[in-house]
Write a protein that binds this ligand. Structure first.
Ligand code: MN
Ligand code: MN
Length: 365
């Protein structure tokens, strides 16, 4: 935690900013190990160029914040207090004339901004996202261990899902089976709403599971992830049920080829754009280019989507320590959807797959 706080202090010095008021749950967790969803209440870690940071949270969460391991001052406020009065007082104890404040501009809402601007009328506001994204881009050993564990649980979830397939089972029944088994293993939270889509429903990449029943000839798509000690996994597998058509098998093999090609070239120095183009070209050459309608992948960690973004236009090059998904898909409206997604960790030696569930076409009988 200390080196993260130090990096932020150095950045504040470089930017000549007095303080950073960090309010997103994910970034508060990154600096404090304390994760909380405060809903409309204020949760913030406030960092300075030279002085020690402090954390402010609802009074009822002070003990949890301290127990999480935050080693500095934790300030609680009751539901009848105005937390911004406390923030102002604490900042003014450390800095007399506040002139530049860093905030997460993509997270701060207008009401809070107006409050801050009224409290510190002489201050300019700069965005803190670039440094925060940069810090979170490269994972340390402890983070990778947690991601690995989250991925093992995701692999297990896919196993449960595949074993649940039978004639007439609904998408939501499979969702329930997956989450029931994971809860038994101690998983508190999924990274996002578990997705099970069968047949033509899978042609919508972000479809919602419902009462559609699995039938012979369907390809069933599972997209899910778990949160383990604050870190998210994200896996997709698509399996077939009974009698499959030649064309559907060919679509599956094309997605698999594209996915494996992008993984094979995942080494430090290669650009995100090259990964996307490599996978996209394979799908295009097979004649399905127009049906691959999203980017190849995204970084993941504390958030399910973070940097790097694996798109055709991102020239950022891979570095040891990055973790991201590779998830090409082909979606043919009213017919079929196939996506295969793994989580990849970049090391000096190349890509290490964190998700390991087999990818050869599985036909459930
Ligand atoms: Mn996914
Ligand atoms: Mn994903």
């Amino acid at each position: 935690m200390l080196h993260r706080i130090n990096a932020m202090m150095e950045w504040l010095q470089k930017e000549d900013a007095d303080t950073a008021i960090i309010t997103s749950s994910e970034n508060v967790f990154y600096f404090s190990s304390f994760f909380s969803d405060p809903h409309e209440r204020l949760l913030a870690i406030v960092l300075f160029r030279e002085q020690e940071p402090f954390l402010i949270c609802p009074q009822m969460e002070v003990t949890s914040a301290k127990n999480a391991g935050f080693a500095y001052q934790v300030l609680g406020y009751s539901d009848t207090e105005n937390p911004w009065d406390l923030v102002k007082a604490e900042i003014n104890k450390r800095v007399g004339n506040v002139q530049k404040i860093a905030v997460e501009k993509t997270h701060m809402n207008i009401e809070r901004y107006e409050t801050l601007a009224a409290i510190f009328p002489n201050s300019a506001f700069i965005q803190a996202e670039d440094i925060l994204n940069e810090l979170r881009l490269l994972k340390d050993e402890q983070e990778v261990e947690k991601l690995q564990k989250a991925c093992e649980l995701a692999d297990y979830a896919i196993e449960v899902a595949v074993n649940t397939i039978r004639e007439g089972v609904t998408e939501l029944e499979i969702v329930a089976a997956i989450e029931y088994e994971l809860k038994k293993k101690g998983v508190e939270q999924m990274s996002f709403a578990t997705t099970v889509l069968t047949g033509a429903n899978a042609a919508s990449p972000h479809g919602t599971p419902g009462l559609t029943k699995v039938q012979s000839g369907d390809f069933v798509l599972f997209d899910l992830g778990v949160v383990y000690k604050g870190y998210c996994s994200d896996i997709t597998r698509t399996v077939a049920f009974r009698d499959v058509t030649e064309e559907h098998v060919q679509i599956y093999e094309t997605v698999l080829k594209a996915q494996e090609a992008a993984i094979a070239i995942s080494v430090p120095g290669v650009s995100c754009a090259t990964l996307d183009k490599t996978a996209r070209n394979i799908i295009r050459e097979a004649g399905y280019g127009e049906y691959f309608t999203h980017r190849l992948g995204h970084g993941l960690g504390i958030s399910i989507h973070e940097y790097p973004s694996i798109t055709e236009t991102n020239d950022l090059t891979l570095r040891s320590g990055m973790v991201y998904t590779i998830e090409p898909g082909i979606y043919i409206p009213n017919d079929i959807g196939v996506r295969i997604e793994d989580d990849v960790f970049i090391t000096d030696q190349g890509a290490r797959l964190l998700t390991k569930y087999p990818k050869n076409l599985q036909i459930v009988k």
